[in-house]
Design a protein around this ligand. Structure first.
Ligand code: SDX
Length: 435
């Protein structure tokens, strides 16, 4: 919990003698928060913050973002250092447990995850209920939610061991579920996981291998996949994480909560933006059309957004975007792809936008989604799978945040209030007397 309040703020209601003193709480880093829990009791008023832009919904030790400075820390470790020196499973351990693992802990965690990569055979048939052209995120929502129907032995959210095994199952099975969603869409047979491979290698293997021939994982691709997963693993109280926390606060089981998070991530304003960026670049077509496109973006009547730009928290460059942009160049070069027109277009678009007063005044910079689609496309993933890959990576963040909430003794059901602007109380009018 945050440090005991040393300072407070006093609020007095105009035109009344009612006032209250609200404690100011300090975290380990970042802005202080006013504890408003007694506000309604003392003054009979609520706070109003649509979109929760200035509201701390919880006390968390997992991820810290400084949006003005473009800083992102997982359990205190800068994302740049983890991206360069760590690997995704080690980051999973860090997010879930709070510390980097020693060799024995890392080995035990690896085994724990890899032993849960398979799905119940009945879940295979579950895919058959979908059209082959179903969006992979629709399949992910359905299949992950269906896990609740298979793992009755780990649905007791108040049992530490149940929470632990559910965490293993979710981190381990999401790659299999996503890879099988792709196989189902393209009409190829499902490929079972291989526990002798690393987490990222195993995902690429299940996604690309076919029974007809041997599949060798390209180390360039598995390294890039591992990096992309690290960068997407967690991100404080974003929309999908807040969805998971709200669902979990009612006591819903972890599989249902993660399915809710997947549904929330799907939106183009959130995780769906990586897919939307590729569509946007395709629509722009060439650097010659950038100026006209940006004119549309600045014309409010158009409702056109520069996808992959802007962020509720980052008012500076998203540190993940910088890392992915560099990885784009490295992967394309290592794959021998001489110049990618999409990357060239994206870089020119970024250059022009970052010098345009509209974007400068609004502090709109590239976010994680601006370049991620380009590297994923270069790695051979279909655009429709981009958000599903984001969900695979973010599952460990969702589970870590859900686990933290379940272990919080102050945890209670989330239930925001509102300002009511509808009709005051009135009596029923029979049909004969209506206008
Ligand atoms: C993710 O929260 C997270 O942490 C999310 C995430 C994670 O890891 O979980 O980081 C992942 O979701 C990244 C964001 C991906 N989404 C996109 O790239 C979609 C495009 N971006 C926008 O939709 C928007 O920037 C949001 C949704 C990301 C943020 O919206 P906000 O905070 O509500 O910002 P806003 O709408 O209040 O914008 C302020 C101004 C407005 O203009 P004015 O009304 O002041 O004139 O900036 C404009 C907006 O119209 N604006 C944009 C813009 N984003 C904001 N104008 C053009 N293009 C954009 N992309």
């Amino acid at each position: 919990m945050s440090a005991p309040a040393k300072r407070s703020v006093t609020i007095t209601l105009d035109g009344s003698n009612r006032s209250t003193s609200l404690p100011l709480l300090s975290g380990s880093v970042g802005p202080d928060v006013f504890d408003i829990r007694k506000l309604y009791g003392d003054l009979g008023v609520f706070t109003y913050d649509p979109g929760y832009g200035a509201t701390a919904s919880c006390d968390s030790k997992i991820t810290y973002i400084d949006g003005d400075e473009g800083i992102l820390l997982y359990r205190g470790y800068p994302i740049e250092q983890l991206a360069e020196k760590s690997n995704f499973l080690e980051v999973c351990y860090l997010l879930l447990n709070g510390e980097l693992p020693n060799a024995a802990e890392a080995a035990e965690f690896h085994d724990g995850v890899m032993r849960h990569t398979m799905l119940h055979e009945q879940l295979r048939t579950f895919y058959n209920g979908f059209r082959r052209d179903a969006h992979p995120m629709a399949v992910m929502c359905g299949v992950v939610g269906a896990l609740s129907a298979f793992y009755h032995d780990s649905l007791d959210i108040h049992d530490v061991e149940s929470r632990r095994i559910s965490a293993f199952r979710l981190v381990a099975k999401l790659p299999t579920i996503a890879a099988w969603a792709h196989k189902y869409a393209v009409g190829q047979p499902f490929v079972y996981p291989r526990n002798d491979l690393t987490y990222a290698e195993n995902f690429l293997y299940m996604f690309h291998a076919v029974p007809a021939e041997e599949y060798k994982v390209n180390p360039i691709l598995s390294k890039a996949m591992d990096l992309i997963m690290i960068l997407h693993a967690d991100h404080e109280q974003n929309a999908s994480t807040s969805t998971v926390r709200l669902a979990g606060s009612t006591g819903a089981n972890p599989f249902a909560c993660i399915a809710a998070g997947i549904a929330s991530l799907w939106g183009p304003a959130h995780g769906g933006a990586n897919e939307a960026v590729l569509k946007m670049l395709a629509e722009i077509g060439s650097v010659d059309n950038i100026k006209e496109f940006l004119a549309d973006v600045k014309d409010k009547d158009n409702h056109t957004k520069l996808m992959g730009f802007g962020h509720r928290v980052y008012k500076n460059y998203d540190p993940r975007a910088k890392i992915i942009q560099k990885a784009c160049h490295d992967v394309l070069e290592e794959l021998g792809i001489k110049g990618d027109p999409l990357l060239d277009l994206a870089m020119e678009l970024e250059k022009i936008a970052l010098s345009d007063p509209y974007f400068i005044e609004r502090k709109l910079y590239p976010n994680v989604d601006f370049y991620s689609g380009i590297i994923l496309k270069a790695m051979g993933f279909p655009t429709s799978m981009f958000t599903a890959l984001f969900a695979v990576s973010r599952t460990v963040g969702w589970v870590s945040q859900w686990k933290e909430m379940m272990e919080d003794p102050q945890q209670r059901i989330g239930r925001p209030r509102q300002i009511y602007t509808g009709a005051p109380q009135r009596d029923y009018v029979p049909p004969a007397r209506r206008g």
